[in-house]
Design a protein around this ligand. Structure first.
Ligand code: PLP
Length: 354
């Protein structure tokens, strides 16, 4: 791996107390090109513009996938990356569905390690901070034939972040638009899934909602997920989340929360969740909590759920599962408690040629 360090770090010009999500990037990025049937050696270079032709296939057909993951700094100034092997596997699952060649494991893991190590100053150890890691791949052949590209570009950029939603959120159940269909690409982090979600989300935002809750495309009777979060319901003391399928993104936070809930002795169920049963549970007063999970938000409590014209308020629980699970997950991510499952790995530079 070739590493070219910047001679001009931008870090001193960044106001870390006022970080807008996803708009500030660290000093370096990793880049590799796929040409003539193989990925070229990855390079780490200063973060900056890339040049591309207007004939780049991704600009026309959206053949592109991405990942979202985080690194955290402990009180001992070690940097931990959370479950990176799972993000690696998921990136390649997404890539496969979009007919994009898979990324070699060494390139991804070693590349991420060097990149995060080089920009570790951008990862703050104060509470609520993390370094968001964004690997992505796009079709870069100069060709506007509607077919899979022959060339691709893989890039990893990183962005310092602070907590995402500061308050409990308001969701609305979507019955007209769909995020994903059976046989489609909903399980993949395919760029176009997000492009298609912006219009319905903007309409919901205009009515005061933070996000929509996506229902199944065929009947709109079953709940799938919300925005870019998996969704959870606490009915009485049982925690329920929809079973993943090809129309639901299988979150790594979701999987982690399932494990931690089990460890806490919470009664957890993965199954189909219908809109009707959630409304019924609310009417009976047994819908105690709703929350979303995802890398960006960790655990986001929901304060209201709207179905057609009815706004269901979810009162704050004194003995909240969301609060407990969030704390446990963050304690592992920040290296404050024992990481029994080895979810985190310490960033150690192996670079010799920089
Ligand atoms: C990324 C994402 C999630 C959450 O996945 P994590 O691995 O927990 O970050 C959930 N739903 C959608 C649609 C997503 O894109």
């Amino acid at each position: 791996m070739r590493i070219t360090k910047t001679s001009d770090s931008r870090i001193d010009s960044v106001d870390f107390s006022n970080l807008p999500f996803g708009r500030v990037f660290s000093d370096h990025m990793l880049i590799s090109q796929y040409k003539n049937g193989s990925w070229q050696e990855a390079q780490i270079i200063p973060y900056g513009n890339i040049s591309m032709t207007p004939g780049s296939q991704v600009l026309h057909y959206g053949q592109s996938v991405f990942e979202g993951m985080k690194a955290f700094k402990t009180n001992n100034d070690e940097v931990l990356i959370f479950r990176k092997e799972m993000n690696y596997d998921r990136l390649n699952q997404s890539a496969k569905r979009l007919s994009i060649p898979s990324i070699p494991k060494k390139m991804f893991i070693d590349g991420l390690n060097e990149l995060v190590s080089l920009d570790s100053k951008w990862c703050k150890k104060e509470e609520g901070y993390s370094l968001y890691l964004r690997p992505f791949i796009f079709a870069s052949s100069e060709c506007i034939k509607a077919s899979a590209s022959e060339e691709y570009t893989f890039i990893i950029i990183t962005a310092p972040t602070k907590n995402y939603y500061p308050h409990a959120i308001d969701l609305v159940i979507e019955e007209h638009y769909s995020r994903a269909a059976k046989g489609g690409v909903g399980f993949a982090k395919a760029a176009g899934n997000y492009a298609a979600s912006f219009y319905p989300t903007k309409q919901a935002n205009a009515k005061g909602f933070t996000q929509v809750i996506w229902t199944d495309a065929a009947t709109h009777k079953n709940i799938e997920e919300s925005g870019t979060m998996n969704i959870w319901f606490r009915i009485n003391d049982r925690l329920i989340t929809p079973t993943t399928s090809d129309s639901i993104l299988a979150g790594i936070t979701r999987l982690s929360i399932l494990q931690l809930a089990n460890d806490l002795g919470i009664d957890v169920e993965e199954r189909v969740v219908s809109v009707d049963e959630i409304i019924k549970a609310h009417n009976e007063g047994i819908l105690k909590e709703v929350f979303g999970t995802g890398t960006a938000v960790t655990v986001a409590p929901v304060q209201s759920l709207t179905y057609r014209d009815v706004k269901m308020l979810i009162p704050e629980q004194s003995n909240s599962y969301a609060v407990k699970l969030k704390k446990m997950l963050q304690d592992i991510q920040k290296g404050r408690i024992k990481d029994s499952y080895k979810w985190t790995t310490k960033v150690v530079s192996k670079a010799y040629n920089c």
